[in-house]
Design a protein around this ligand. Structure first.
Ligand code: DGP
Length: 114
């Protein structure tokens, strides 16, 4: 989608620290890390957020989780633990209107989240 920063990252029009890529998804380090490992898993296709996922996206949505699992292993945080977060809407603090899964790890997390 025109003007979407994550679509531009997906098309490599904007530089980012990519850690994994395939035809459907791209995975890169968050520009403002909140943990030693803070990585974003996004679909290359523009989906604005959780509310915009449809039944047609079922495979893609599942793939985001499987890719996050693979990257967690790659980052060596599978055993110590990690958290996946999808912020949806204003109350959750969603800043970028392109679906993304935060993969956070490398430190002890608190619950409930702030
Ligand atoms: P959220 O609040 O869930 O919408 O998180 C958006 C995240 O995206 C936030 O942690 C910072 C990150 N981010 C925003 N712009 C860029 C960018 O241009 N490059 C990278 N690598 N991360 C970005």
């Amino acid at each position: 989608m025109d003007g979407c920063i994550f679509c531009k990252i997906g098309k490599r029009e904007i530089e980012s620290m990519v850690v994994y890529e395939d035809k459907d998804v791209i995975v890169f380090r968050d520009i403002n890390p909140q943990a030693p490992v803070h990585i974003l898993v996004i679909p290359k296709k523009h989906v604005a957020g959780l509310n915009d996922i449809t039944a047609d996206d079922q495979m893609l949505a599942g793939k985001l989780i499987l890719v996050a699992q693979k990257v967690a292993r790659q980052e060596k945080i599978s055993e110590s633990g990690y958290r996946l977060v999808i912020n949806s809407g204003e109350d959750a603090g969603q800043a970028v209107q392109h679906l993304h899964v935060h993969l956070l790890g490398g430190r002890r997390m608190k619950w409930p989240p702030g």
